[in-house]
Design a protein. Structure first.
Length: 382
């Protein structure tokens, strides 16, 4: 069956003129339509649209109608693109993966064609159809991706920098930290970090002594946990502010001043001598006569102003990390289990945790090679 013929404006005007001649000769409407090889309805529509026009006017009218149709389609597509972008997300969509996801959503949710969806989000159709290397068996980073996923399962509180440090120093693999960050993000392992609110203002206390060498300042602090039966566990920790080593481990139901003094004496012996300063808050165990008498003439006591825990940031940071990585992830069935678990964590902190501030060395590795000596700067120690 022959396809439908589309007449140009010139042909329509010529056939209308021929129809007028046949009508003047006495032909009926059916005869005229058969002569012109069109239907009577088509002939009627032609007369309504082009009747009385010359050739140029008819051609101009048809061009205007075609142009108007194109403008309507363009306007409809533009409005559809705006609706699509409002439906997808606010702001710009930058990465190709995000654009692929947006195109899939537009096709399934709004029923848009692939061509129009790709145009709306600004993605080439060839890019949309191309399979990512990461989704193919030929992915060169497949083994590394698996290692990062296993690391994230073992250490859910760690970020990509600590994963990179483990690869670089523990696994002895030469790899760029930016590549680890990219793969870490692509695998969906990136965590939302909510930093504590920053405080501004100057302390009214005199300047603190700077921990510019080992055994200059030890920062001490307490924190609490509990066993599954609801009984309290008190934890005392001390950290060398220069080497980041954990030098004190007390875990008990309660810790009084005499117990603290006895454990500090053992810590001083293990470290081959006391530090110059103990930095702490104004807790009852720290301001006790027992501790002040023990430290008199040996160790200085640096009390931070009340309500300013940021002035003891090293101890607060250590406690916060232990809270996230250990205490919040474990339920202690007994005091002994807590003592063993916390003791192992502090030992692992000294031997395996790599600090960016120490050049990604562990505290023990840094302390073994540190040759810094303290330079007094107008400081007095009781």
């Amino acid at each position: 069956m022959a396809g439908r013929k589309r007449h140009s404006a010139e042909e329509i005007v010529r056939k209308l003129r021929r129809a007028d001649e046949l009508a003047a000769a006495g032909s009926t409407g059916e005869q005229i339509a058969a002569e012109l090889e069109v239907s009577a309805a088509t002939l009627y529509n032609w007369r309504r649209s082009y009747g009385g026009m010359d050739l140029d006017a008819a051609k101009e009218l048809k061009d205007l109608r075609e142009q108007n149709g194109r403008l309507k389609r363009l306007l409809a597509e533009a409005e559809l693109e705006k609706d699509a972008l409002r439906e997808v997300a606010k702001g710009k969509i930058l990465s190709p993966d995000a654009k692929r996801t947006a195109v899939d959503m537009l096709e399934t949710t709004l029923g848009m064609s692939e061509r129009l969806a790709c145009k709306a989000v600004g993605l080439a159709r060839s890019t949309f159809r191309r399979t990512k290397v990461a989704d193919t068996p030929q992915d060169p980073d497949a083994e590394l991706r698996g290692w990062l996923r296993d690391y994230a399962v073992r250490n859910p509180c760690h970020g990509f920098r600590r994963a990179w440090a483990a690869l670089r120093h523990d696994q002895k693999r030469q790899i760029n930290v930016k590549k680890v960050h990219r793969l870490w993000t692509e695998e969906g392992l990136q965590r939302t970090v909510r930093s504590a609110r920053k405080r501004s203002g100057q302390s009214s206390a005199p300047a603190f002594i700077e921990a510019d060498a080992p055994k200059v300042v030890w920062a001490i602090d307490f924190q609490w946990d509990s066993t599954v039966d609801g009984k309290a566990i008190k934890i005392a920790s001390a950290v060398d502010e220069h080497t980041k080593q954990s030098v004190l481990n007390i875990v008990d139901r309660s810790i009084d001043a005499p117990r603290l003094v006895g454990e500090l004496e053992r810590a001083f012996t293990a470290a081959d001598g006391p530090p110059m300063v103990l930095r702490m808050d104004n807790g009852p165990e720290f301001i006790s006569e027992a501790l002040r008498g023990f430290c008199a003439g040996r160790v200085g006591l640096d009390y931070i102003p009340p309500g300013t825990p940021w002035n003891n940031g090293t101890a607060e940071s250590f406690n916060s990390r232990m809270r996230r990585e250990l205490l919040n992830r474990n339920h202690w069935t007994s005091l002994l289990e807590a003592q063993v678990g916390i003791g192992d964590y502090k030992q692992e902190h000294n031997t395996r945790h790599r600090h960016s501030s120490l050049g990604y060395l562990t505290p023990d590795e840094y302390a073994a090679q540190c040759r810094h000596t303290h330079t007094p700067v107008a400081c007095e120690i009781d």
